[in-house]
Design a protein around this ligand. Structure first.
Ligand code: GDP
Ligand code: MG
Length: 197
């Protein structure tokens, strides 16, 4: 898939306020600092579309980007902030939960995982929760440029093993780097394939 245009649409405070579901939507989520904004910029080819490296927990809204006038890329608030109060954290969790469960236009969700880390409980729990609710998703390993191929493979295998303790099949895995643009074609081809189905 070619990205011809990528434009910020608007930010919404809740799923109820989101626009009418008229086009396929693909949402991105992950822990704060996982590289979500960088990946969105890398995929769309627009360096300034999503803001990189802001204060963790800064994105408290559901952000819509119009891609090619054909589909929406949705930037969801991250999970796992250390520095926001518990009550705020619960608010984010509810917002994300309602969006993921209720949004009829959501074709697939991409869960970003930092390839530098061994499997994190919060990521595994979120994957588990999506699986239980039948939410289609893929796992996107970020910052692959910072890892040797063997270490990268080891973390991915550990993640797969942890998921297979609960599930018989794995979702698609993607390996990406915002700096080298690794994984860009694969992710966009995956999205195009889902839209065509
Ligand atoms: N080396 C490298 N650094 C990255 C990559 N993606 C993000 N970063 C860095 O990780 C930090 C957090 O990135 P950001 O995109 O803001 O993460 P977000 O909080 O998930 O949106 C920033 O300093 C980025 O420059 C990547 O693929 N490779
Ligand atoms: Mg961000």
């Amino acid at each position: 898939m070619q990205i011809k245009t990528a434009k910020f649409v608007a930010s919404y405070p809740s799923v109820e306020r989101c626009p009418k579901p008229t086009r396929p939507e693909f949402a991105f989520i992950g822990r704060s600092n996982v590289g979500k904004s960088s990946l969105i910029n890398m995929l769309t080819g627009h360096g300034g579309l999503a803001k990189v490296s802001q204060r963790p927990g800064k994105t408290q809204t559901i952000n819509y980007f119009d891609i090619n006038g054909e589909w929406f890329l949705v930037d969801l608030p991250g999970y796992g902030y250390a520095r926001v109060p518990q009550s705020t954290r619960k608010g984010f969790a509810r917002m994300v939960e309602q969006f993921v469960l209720r949004r009829t236009a959501l074709y697939s969700l991409f869960m970003l995982v930092d390839s530098r880390l061994a499997p994190q409980r919060i990521d595994l729990e979120f994957a588990q929760w999506m699986g239980e609710h039948g939410v289609p998703f893929a796992v996107v390993f970020t910052k692959a440029d910072k890892m040797s191929r063997s270490a990268l493979q080891q973390h991915q295998e550990l993640f797969a093993t942890a998921m297979l303790e609960r599930w018989e099949a794995l979702p698609p895995f993607f390996t990406t780097s915002a700096t080298s643009r690794l994984g860009r074609d694969e992710l966009l081809t995956h999205i195009a394939g889902i839209i065509e189905e």
